[in-house]
Write a new protein. Structure first.
Length: 186
């Protein structure tokens, strides 16, 4: 068994400093608030977003659709689950066409009344189109509407696109962590 350590940043956003107006969502994308009947879809998008990413080494559940369903069930079953901070992104190629789920975000509120973003997942073919930043904006707005003033997340330091995205919407690094993970070779 080979163990490695992943450098991760804990980041925080002060919701009292949110902009009054956000840019509009990217064309063709729809952002759906949490509904219980979308749990399976959130799980599938989580799997498709992370299965081949470096975080799958740290969180092996991302490599298995059934494990992603269990993870989503665990998230929404927690006492602090915040529906208003949980969103699904979907792309519609043409007006009246089918919606193609492509992004997910979820939040849990801790005992101190602070939000913790669980995952920001965007499937690879929809990255760098504004989906992740829009998911974050909807999530942060929902957290602020619920009365939260701080939201946290963690990101693997090597994931520079995600790190830059989080900084762009107002997150800043508050702590550096090293998380152990067993290396698996696929």
């Amino acid at each position: 068994m080979t163990i490695t350590y992943f450098k991760r940043y804990r980041m925080e956003a002060d919701l009292r400093k949110l902009p009054a107006h956000w840019p509009p969502p990217p064309p063709g994308y729809h952002f759906l608030p949490w509904q219980e009947d979308l749990l399976e879809v959130h799980a599938e998008v989580k799997y498709l977003s992370f299965r081949h990413e470096m975080d799958a080494q740290l969180f092996p559940c991302f490599t298995d659709p059934a494990a992603c369903r269990r993870l989503m069930n665990d998230i929404v079953s927690r006492a602090g689950f915040l529906p208003g901070g949980t969103w699904l992104a979907a792309y519609q190629r043409e007006v009246g066409g089918l919606l193609e789920p492509c992004g997910t975000i979820q939040v849990i509120v801790d005992s101190f009344g602070e939000g913790w973003i669980q995952n920001v997942g965007v499937v690879p073919e929809h990255r760098r189109r504004g989906v992740g930043s829009t998911l974050l904006r909807y999530c942060l707005t929902g957290c602020a509407q619920a009365g939260l003033t701080k939201v946290h997340l963690e990101v693997t330091a090597e994931n520079l696109p995600a790190l830059r995205l989080y900084e762009k919407v107002g997150f800043f690094v508050v702590r550096t962590l090293f998380k152990p993970a067993e290396l698996t070779f696929r």
